[in-house]
Design a protein around this ligand. Sequence first.
Ligand code: FAD
Ligand code: NAD
Length: 479
Amino acid sequence: MADKFDVIVIGAGPGGYVAAIRAAQLGLKTACVEKWVNKEGKTVHGGTCLNVGCIPSKALLESSHKFIEARDHFAEVGIEVGDVKADVAKMLEFKNSVIAKNVGGISMLFKANGVTALEGTGKVMAGKKVEVTDHDGNKQSYEAENIVIASGSVPVEIPPTPMTEGLIVSSTGALEFEEVPKRLGVIGAGVIGLELGSVWSRLGSDVTVLEAMDSFLPIVDEAIAKETQKILSKQGMKIKLGARVTGSDIKDSEVVVKYIDQDGEQEQTFDKLIVCVGRRPYTQNLLDESAGVGLDERGFIKVDDVCLTSAPGIYAIGDVVRGPMLAHKASEEGVMVADIIAGHKAEMNYDAIPSVIYTSPEVAWVGKSEQQLKAEGVEYNVGVFPFSANGRALANNAAEGMAKVIADAETDRILGVHILSQHAGELIAQGVIAMEFGSSAEDLALTCFAHPTTSEAIHEAALAVGGHAIHMANRKKRK
Ligand code: FAD
Ligand code: NAD
């Protein structure tokens, strides 16, 4: 007879591994199937996020940022360090060690919580059975009361630039360049393009980003997107908007990219090209038709508000379902689904999921942007505070950017918080908490913030919603 579990999770990325740990903590007999094998042939947990996504990219972003700080900015605050050099091999070694620690941590947590780790590819069959094909091709069937699919996503490929080993690569290849490409092309000025473009630009690449759309970061609040574009361009990244890539050739180990922009047909030669034009849900060999799990027209697994698929007892979470492709969104869905399976009431607030772009400075936001609210016809008040007027940011020698709080004109309830600054990814948690608790701008304005901190910029932005910022010339008279 097949082994039986209360829950079988397919995929051990931040969606799946969190769902499995939570389910086991709630007393459910839980297994998690993972097929990812590392270069040493070992099955590894953590999915895209830990192996080729969030964590390795942040290790390289931090190392390259420190390099720029040491080379270009230490002297500004009185630290002479002489000739600063970047050792790419060492940076990759450090990045790989960070991956190993994180990945090892998940396996340890599985053991500690009693999650059964199954190695191989899981397929959802009729009758809530999961067929697992191990790395040698052997099949074994397991039964489950509930199944959680967390199979994630993979990079989108486009016909004009087919992946070419070592030359035309996705984000995964761009985390592995053994030396700094002299000329680096990046297709797509999205999150990955700007983050990995920043890494290699800081280390010395001449980076050109080709973006099909005419606008830069349209998902970001417009004023912040404009300022970000200005800053990244000043840092040396060449951002070409309205550039539609039509083809590519490999000549003498170089990549010639053809594109069309407002001036007509163009050609540019690069030593490496990163294609980062989005990711698509991954469902290959995952669903037997008899399982009754439906997909939407874009290939995502169709789910309701609590991530239940069209098949009873089968849930899907993370990148493989609708919503932002973010690790923390996947994890929160994992917790919600495990709670529901264990019989608890659970739901998710999709309006309070933060986003962060880890450039320097970082771009972070939660809730709606001004352009979104205008399009929806919502009346709002806005408070903006520049970090150039924040004492701690000046002391940190990192005073670029601004904090913005947007509140409903009638109720004063916070509708969005947008930050461009050093460590904006940390600061945004304050906006998330405020929104999660249904705070008004005045609630934030009446809160005591520690001094000197860059968080005070959020306080001032909240005060500015009512026209009462202290460290800024006020536009409104206090009522
Ligand atoms: P994944 O992490 O993709 O995990 C899915 C897992 O399922 C994989 O391990 C896969 O091997 C396994 N699997 C698939 N099919 C099967 C099967 N049939 N059987 C067994 N196993 C299977 N997000 C952020 O929030 N912050 C960031 O800073 C960030 N940076 C990123 C940087 C890069 C370069 C990339 C590419 C992504 C980044 N992301 C970031 C996005 C983030 O990685 C994803 O949103 C997140 O990993 C999604 O989690 P998931 O669990 O849904 O899927
Ligand atoms: P993205 O959707 O962020 O950006 C893709 C960009 O490519 C868009 O600006 C799009 O207009 C452009 N594009 C699409 N087709 C094009 C073409 N043919 N030519 C030129 N430009 C084209 O996607 P991404 O940067 O690949 O990232 C994928 C996902 O991974 C994102 O959804 C993101 O949520 C996630 N991610 C998150 C983080 C983070 O949270 N810091 C970091 C990296 C990745």
